[in-house]
Design a binder for this molecule. Structure first.
Ligand SMILES: [Zn+2]
Ligand SMILES: [Zn+2]
Length: 362
């Protein structure tokens, strides 16, 4: 059987829509009909060539939701033991753990050293992630979670990337009830970080960005202080503002979700002594930032860097969303929707930056 997929092979190049062969479903595999796939910041980095893929044809995209199209004969339930049938909506991790490297053996699976190295190959196409296509194949042994029917595709598509990432990150950085948190960047990650921090009991959620609509969206998702780069147009002004808002001490936690390491020194300056700094957005290996080691040492700052998450985070993220359906406008986070045929237009607009989340309906 053939199905449509967008083929990526050149940074910033046109992606062509091609018919590719679908894998035959193994006894423990699941074929998913992708119903919505978002353009995440990481996809933009790949599209720009910041994080190169091996040469060749790839299906990229990883933030998605879909319906079970075909179930391997051994699969009766999802990863939480709930009955699973053809037609059910599912969300799932977009990466695979090897189970054999030292990180996997030590139980730190989200640090698996082989995680992204084995794309599934169909003919001359590497399904390196694979959301920008009509179908997605879940290989044997994968984690899959049934989606509650009251959550729309628009709300759920970001669960397996942006929402799971911040849900994991804020737990790993040790956010506690009553703390103050600065979020650098109000893209998808930053907006969810505001909402999840609020849900976890943060007393003060401060969000920094350059685009007013993104800041307003962060406010709708629980941010109570907004720092606009146009108003606070120097690092000194922004650091001073954070100190004003935090009793002169600085914040307990700062999270980088801008996607550029240039903001890291500034974020470190916004922390109080003993503060914690979480880096999650800066994934371009070519970009660097100066490290003020003395400030970090004497500030007793803890730096934590994370990419991906553990499988148990997805049920937490789905619970968070169900619990907060009335509180936060999850549907509005997808600001632009395109059919698969218009994926190039979607990337152009997302690259321009004013888009909160562009989404593809394949
Ligand atoms: Zn992502
Ligand atoms: Zn591994």
């Amino acid at each position: 059987m053939l199905a449509k997929a967008a083929i990526f092979n050149t940074p910033r190049g046109r992606m062509d829509i091609r018919e590719v062969a679908l894998p035959s479903v193994e006894p423990d595999g699941i074929l998913v009909r992708t119903t919505r796939a978002n353009i995440c910041g990481s996809d933009l980095h790949i599209w720009r060539g910041d994080t190169p893929l091996r040469p060749g044809n790839h299906i990229i995209g990883h933030e998605m939701v879909g319906r079970v199209a075909e179930l391997g004969r051994n699969i009766q339930t999802d990863s939480q033991g709930r009955p699973l049938e053809v037609g059910d909506r599912v969300t799932y991790l977009y990466f695979y753990f090897c189970g054999r490297c030292y990180a996997c053996l030590e139980g730190y699976r989200s640090a698996c050293v082989n995680m992204m190295r084995h794309p599934y190959q169909m003919g001359d196409v590497m399904i390196s992630m694979g959301a920008f296509a009509e179908y997605y194949y879940l290989r044997p042994g994968h984690y899959v979670f049934k989606v509650p029917e009251d959550l729309s595709d628009e709300a759920v598509a970001p669960v397996n990337c942006a929402l799971a990432q911040v849900t994991y990150g804020l737990q790993r950085i040790g956010l506690r009830i009553g703390q103050s948190i600065v979020i650098q960047g109000a893209g998808g990650l930053g907006i969810y970080a505001a909402a999840v921090a609020r849900d976890m009991g943060a007393a003060q959620v401060i969000v920094i960005d350059r685009f007013e609509p993104r800041l307003q969206m962060a406010a709708a998702f629980g941010a109570d202080q907004l720092i606009h780069l146009g108003t606070y147009d120097t690092e000194e002004a922004r650091v001073r503002r954070v100190r004003e808002l935090t009793n002169g001490w600085g914040a307990d936690i700062c999270v980088e979700v801008v996607g550029s390491p240039s903001v890291i020194p500034e974020g470190v300056r916004m922390l109080k002594n003993g503060g914690h700094y979480l880096i999650m957005g800066s994934i371009n290996p070519k970009q660097t930032a100066p490290l003020e080691a003395g400030r970090i040492v004497f500030g007793r700052i803890t730096l934590v860097a994370l990419a991906t998450y553990e499988p148990w985070v997805i049920p937490q993220a789905l619970d968070f969303m169900q619990r907060n359906l009335k509180r936060y406008p999850f549907q509005q986070l997808i600001s632009h929707t395109f059919p698969l045929d218009e994926i190039n237009e979607a990337f152009q607009q997302a690259d321009a930056g004013a888009v909160i989340r562009a989404s593809i309906v394949p």
